[in-house]
Design a protein around this ligand. Structure first.
Ligand SMILES: Cc1ncc(COP(=O)(O)O)c(C=O)c1O
Length: 633
């Protein structure tokens, strides 16, 4: 490996005893030199005298990988460990104990304080850092690919040999690159373990992920959080059962209600009509629902939402647990939350029983690669395995599994530094966009309906919602201009906002290009021919009058959404929806199976159908004839 890319790791020694800390630092540095050239990373050592200096290092030093605390001269050591953990969830913590003294139950690895064998101490530190720096599955996959075995097994492209020489499809092979095919293997390769019954390299990778994300156990998922949510609902509720769920949850949760015959109690999401955003559910609404439905077994919340709202979860989870409910937090958009103090606490830290995360959304995994983290102290792994496997392909994509392993390693080794940079990029964007005078990034106060202001809800700084209304253009126009003239693709639009995500892949040059494009667009007059569309008012949640499962699977009819005069079809009012109807974005259903159809919903859908934008409307049947929806017969 060329020197320039050998990673640097820092270790800090904290002790009030100057001689001890300096001597240890020098001895460890000398032992590290003796390790020689053959290192996958280098360690360097510094020393601090007190807690304040230690916490400053933890906050400022993105390369920090390990902390050694002198238990004799840094008291109380236990609190100090907690404080360092509060800043850095990932680093290895060591407590140097005087001989014969009992450390009790501490969340740190123990070293003997007066052990003079620096090489042994160094090995302990290196072994801990190396463990996190491993990618057991991805390493084995790489070795296997490099071994260039002849494949007499699935997949049929056989390491790409089926395409490489073809005059018709070799271009696809070249586009994707040889290793996409070489690494696309199957369960026939036993060295690569089995996702359905992991026992070695996948299990090790999952164990490392559990430790990195703060879970009791972690499971890799290759069909996204869409699948993960269904698995948890099935696991906790089985067939039937009642769950409390925020209305703005992802459609996979609604699908789970259909599949498993669940009785959902929908908690009304707040609505910001000015910007066309669904927000969180008010805390009192959640707490009241928990009290009012003691027979519910599961509470499902989304935190953070697509737009970045995240709950103050701890008091809600405490109340749910008091009533014997399990809590699933959908953190599809918040897999990064545990790795930076500005984003914590994440759901597991607040006591969630199950957390689903799309590792692919904000971190570096491939699309569809997600994780399920378990916090439930009464977790029944054998039952869970059955539920999980029921939804898992018997031919999972090995590249996805490797990417989960690598994404975990990245967060564990450099997540803090990367997120610090992401937060700085987001601040630069926010400042620069506000300075255009015509575009501005919305604040939490502007996005959150006023009745939720006291609920401790926060906004993920990496999700920026840009208000374009002062420009006189619609967000759709700005989106198109960014794409067509500046080759910039944003995450989503409402009628007057654009959303961009700052992720691990955001670079300084992308920040500059986006700012330059917005500055130029801010100077241009808007194309007056295209009227700015008002947002259709998001409809309130309607009454649920039938189980989603029976509405979906029972006898149904298709009725048109409009009448002969292009108004709403009044025949639909009061009927029961049989499908989800989901405008995308934001992907939140306005109708779910079993919901009574209101006049408001119909007007909303009609506005969307007549609107200018290209937004999708899932659940509306459009083939042959006027747009229709399925209703219970
Ligand atoms: C809140 C929420 N949960 C779950 C999902 C599904 O995640 P995935 O795309 O990983 O299946 C999404 C997707 O956008 C989402 O927004």
């Amino acid at each position: 490996m060329p020197d320039s890319i050998v990673p640097q790791c820092h270790v800090v020694i904290a002790s009030g005893d100057q001689d001890w800390r300096e001597q240890l630092r020098e001895r460890l540095a000398a032992a590290e030199l003796a390790v020689g050239e053959d290192r996958r990373y280098t360690l360097s050592f510094s020393a601090v005298a007190d807690e304040k200096a230690l916490l400053e290092v933890a906050r400022e030093d993105g390369l920090l990988q390990a902390v050694i605390i002198d238990a004799r001269h840094m008291q109380p050591a236990r609190d100090l460990l907690t404080d360092v953990r509060g800043v850095r969830s990932e680093v290895d913590l060591f407590l140097a104990m005087p001989a014969g003294q009992d450390a009790g139950d501490v969340a740190a690895q123990l070293l003997e304080r007066d052990d003079t064998r620096a090489d042994v101490l160094l090995r302990r530190v290196r072994s801990a850092v190396s463990r996190r720096a491993r990618t057991p599955f991805a390493d084995t996959l790489r070795e296997y690919v490099q071994g260039a075995r002849d494949a007499w097994h699935t997949p049929g492209h056989s390491s790409g040999d089926g395409l490489r020489e073809s005059p018709w499809v070799a271009d696809f092979y070249r586009l994707m690159g040889e290793h996409v095919f070489n690494a696309d293997l199957s369960v026939s390769v036993q060295e690569l373990d089995s996702l359905l019954e992991p026992s070695h390299v996948i299990q090790e990778a999952q164990d490392l992920a559990a430790r990195a994300f703060g879970a009791r156990e972690t499971f890799f998922v290759t069909s996204g959080t869409s699948m993960a949510n269904k698995v948890i609902v099935q696991h906790v509720l089985g067939e039937g059962g009642k769950m409390l769920v925020d209305q703005a949850c992802h459609k996979s949760v609604h699908h789970a209600a259909i599949l498993f015959g669940v009785n959902p109690v929908y908690l009304p999401a707040s609505v910001n009509s000015r910007y066309g955003l669904y927000g969180p559910v008010a805390r009192d609404t959640i707490l009241d629902a928990i009290d009012a439905h003691p027979d519910a077994k599961l509470l499902v919340l989304t935190s953070s939402s697509y737009d970045g709202f995240y709950y103050d979860l701890a008091p809600i989870i405490v109340r749910a647990h008091e009533r014997g409910m399990r809590v699933l937090v959908d953190e599809a958009w918040y897999a990064h939350g545990y790795f930076h103090p500005a984003l914590r606490p994440c759901a597991l830290e607040c006591g969630a029983d199950y957390v689903t995360q799309s590792t692919h959304k904000m971190l570096s995994a491939f699309s569809q690669a997600s994780m399920i983290h378990v916090g439930d102290p009464n977790f029944d792994e054998a039952r869970f395995r059955e539920h999980l496997n029921m939804h898992t392909s018997t031919s999972p994509q090995y590249g996805l599994i490797a990417s989960l392993d690598v994404a975990r390693k990245q967060m564990s080794m450099e997540g803090y530094a990367r997120l610090t940079r992401c937060i700085a990029h987001a601040e630069e964007l926010r400042r620069g966009i506000d300075e255009t005078g015509r575009f501005r990034v919305l604040t939490l106060e502007e996005m959150l309906p006023s009745e939720l202001r006291g609920d401790g809800i926060r906004l993920d700084p990496l999700k920026l919602t840009i208000d374009v209304s002062a420009s006189g253009c619609s967000a759709r126009q700005i989106q198109r201009a960014l794409y067509e003239r500046y080759a910039i693709q944003v995450e989503k639009v409402t009628h007057n906002t654009l959303s961009v995500l700052v992720t691990l892949g955001t670079t300084q040059s992308k920040v500059l290009r986006l700012l330059n494009a917005l500055r130029s667009l801010a100077r241009e007059p808007c194309d007056a021919e295209t009227p700015v569309h008002r947002a259709p008012t998001l409809p309130a949640l309607g009454e649920i009058c039938q189980l989603p499962r029976s509405a979906y699977f029972g006898a149904t009819r298709q009725l048109p959404l409009t009448d002969d005069h292009h108004g709403i079809n009044r025949e639909l009012i009061g009927r029961t929806a049989a499908d989800q109807v989901v405008p995308y974005p934001p992907g939140i259903p306005v109708l779910v199976p079993g919901q009574r159809i209101s006049e408001d919903v119909l007007h909303f859908l009609l506005d969307l159908l007549h609107g200018d934008d290209d937004s999708e409307l899932h659940g509306v049947l459009r083939a042959e004839g006027p747009p229709r929806i399925r209703v219970v017969a």
